[in-house]
Design a protein around this ligand. Structure first.
Ligand SMILES: *[C@@H]1O[C@H](CO)[C@@H](O)[C@H](O)[C@H]1NC(C)=O
Length: 257
């Protein structure tokens, strides 16, 4: 019986080593999550459409398990003497802060993304003033977010996102600005899933099978498209054209399921 005992001990040790190895692997090795960051501003229609139409897909198609997603609601805003001004005016600064407060109040991505998805869905629909309906729709307590944006906390969070945005290397030129493992995707941002699949070293989620591998971005496509809001475009109010608006597909259902 001594043999069986030592056999068991060996098995146990082997299993333990495997476990330790696997968790170390999650951080360092092949199962390391791909860092994905979205730099955006709340009233930029291209940012809103990206959140609603593209980014939300990762919650359905299995890619979420492969990424560490962060949202940075600041975009093309600027700080002068501690005061923030936004590309689409003070309403945008306000909603950026509301979204920063949502991330702070609900650190769980699944929760704050739902909220931001809901608000940006209203922006796409031209109903941004109804943003508060998102609390009720998602059954979320408005208090932590309300307390935050009405206090210095909200302002500080926005300044923090401003510092994070201004520290980007290379600097962002427009929004939405999607960065995958430190590499901006420039105007190819809508293909972000292909870049995630390429960067992910673990067993690829099924959705990756259907995605063409992107060619490495060597140079940005300068001035190529009009699906972005430029940093230096002043205070012009952007509106998605009719066609964009008609093509928008909401990916997630309105209520939390
Ligand atoms: C996820 O990204 C955030 C922000 O970039 C970073 O602070 C955090 O350490 C990352 N988490 C993991 C598990 O990689």
């Amino acid at each position: 019986m001594a043999d069986l005992h030592s056999f068991r001990a060996v098995l146990f040790l082997a299993a333990l080593l495997l476990l330790v190895g696997a968790s170390a692997g999650d951080v360092e090795g092949k199962n390391r999550k791909v860092d994905v960051a979205l730099y955006y501003e709340s009233l930029c229609p291209f940012s809103a459409m990206f959140v609603v139409d593209n980014l939300a897909k990762v919650f359905k198609d299995g890619l979420l398990s492969a990424i560490n997603l962060s949202l940075v609601p600041y975009g093309n805003a600027r700080v002068k003497d501690g005061k923030i001004s936004c590309q689409h005016g003070s309403e945008e600064c306000f909603l950026n802060t509301v979204e920063a407060c949502a991330i702070d109040a609900w650190p769980d991505l699944r929760v704050h993304f739902r909220f931001i998805y809901c608000v940006e869905g209203l922006v796409v629909d031209g109903k941004r003033r109804e943003w508060e309906s998102c609390f009720g729709k998602l059954n979320l307590d408005p208090k932590p977010v309300t307390d935050c944006y009405k206090s210095e906390r909200g302002h500080q969070l926005s300044l923090k996102y401003g510092r994070q945005t201004d520290a980007l290397q290379p600097p962002h030129k427009y929004v939405p600005w999607v960065v995958v493992d430190g590499q901006p995707l420039y105007e190819d941002y809508e293909n972000f899933e292909a870049y995630i699949c390429k960067a992910y070293k673990g067993h690829p989620p099924k959705v990756c099978e259907g995605l063409a591998r992107p060619t490495p971005i060597v140079m940005e496509v300068a001035e190529a498209g009009n699906r972005v809001s430029y940093y230096n475009s002043g205070d012009i109010r952007f509106k998605p054209d009719e066609e964009d608006h008609a093509n928008i597909k909401k990916v997630l259902p309105a209520d939390d399921d």
